[in-house]
Design a protein around this ligand. Structure first.
Ligand code: ZN
Length: 334
């Protein structure tokens, strides 16, 4: 009976999943490149070199998204998408086998709820309600396989320990690749916080009273801005001026980001809390229409000046992410 339910759940998430990429590849590459620059000449840079070989953090930063190219129905295999040129370094026989192995171990052990994505796809985000002022594991939208849990699992492996179930990272190479990605994601406001809406498009607080999963906007993936996915087109995409090649002064700004206080295993939660606050700016002034019940989406309208405010916040978050990735690696490899 239990196996039947598991299979049914597996089938539901396999067919019901939606694509979620936090930051586009350029956003992640910016974060990785800032960290690469900050680490020059440090012991952490030596450790990165030992673990990743010729791959730097900029290149490694997209690996966790590239692994989404592995099919999730047996037999699992990696399918090349020529659109994602950033994945080319991993598209060798050995590289593809690594991605298949990673996805196989991180597909369903977290027991995805009906309609939820497979486990490794859930490692990229949490859905803390924008009514909150901090991340806490007691809140709706958090789990033992959300972004905070995934970062902590990667830290544990890099420190020589093992990743707590249901997460399975089995080598330092894998842990560092995903860490370089997730530290980017945890600074993308819509990958940490989410708005929950009723069918009329009114904001609801999922932590107050009985929680209705139908109110979940999936980190804004179910919000449509003039027909386009608000999460992807507005927040994952970054202005050309913020790409690794063009972002002037990024490293100088990153050097000013203060270190995170407290033990390492509390840093990810602290960063998530900081991003929950950033999400208040990201959602400021947005208005929502009634749900389109045919496809389960809500229309969103931006206030005047939204794009400028958004780009400013993206810049700040990318800088913080690059700085904190470097700080974390220096703390792990002093
Ligand atoms: Zn991601």
């Amino acid at each position: 009976m239990k196996a039947c339910i598991q299979m049914l759940m597996a089938a539901t998430f396999l067919f019901g999943s939606t694509a979620t990429f936090a930051w586009s590849a350029p956003g992640h590459e910016t974060v990785g490149s800032i960290a690469d620059s900050l680490l020059v000449g440090t012991n952490a840079a030596k450790a990165v070199k030992t673990i990743l070989g010729n791959e730097n953090l900029q290149t490694a930063s997209v690996w966790a998204d590239c692994a989404k190219g592995v099919t999730e129905k047996p037999p699992l295999k990696y399918v090349v998408n020529p659109k994602f040129t950033e994945c080319q370094p991993f598209e060798t026989a050995a590289g593809e086998a690594q991605m298949v192995d990673f996805v196989t171990r991180n597909l369903s052990a977290c027991m995805p709820a009906p309609g939820d994505e497979s486990c490794h796809r859930q490692y990229h985000f949490s859905d803390v309600a924008i009514e909150r002022n901090a991340y806490a594991r007691s809140e709706i939208g958090t789990s033992d396989h959300d972004i905070v849990s995934a970062i902590n699992a990667a830290i544990a492996v890099l420190q020589g320990g093992s990743s707590p179930s249901p997460i399975s990272f089995t080598s330092k190479q894998e842990a560092l690749r995903v860490l370089a990605h997730y530290v980017g994601d945890i600074h993308q406001p819509l990958h940490v916080a989410a708005i929950y809406l009723d069918t009329s498009g009114h904001e609801v607080d999922p932590d107050a009273g009985a929680y209705d999963p139908a109110t979940k906007t999936q980190g804004g993936n179910k919000l449509l801005d003039q027909g386009k996915d608000f999460h992807t087109t507005k927040w994952d995409a970054i202005p050309a001026s913020l790409t690794a090649a063009k972002f002037k002064g990024a490293v100088t700004q990153a050097k000013r980001v203060p270190p995170t206080p407290g033990p390492l295993n509390q840093w990810a939660a602290a960063w998530a809390s900081d991003t929950v606050l950033a999400s208040h700016t990201a959602f400021s002034g947005l208005t929502f229409g009634p749900e389109n019940t045919t496809n389960g989406t809500w229309p969103v309208t931006e206030p005047t000046g939204y794009s400028t405010a958004k780009a400013k916040l993206q810049k700040k978050q990318l800088v913080k992410a690059g700085a904190r990735l470097a700080q974390l690696l220096q703390a792990i490899f002093p």
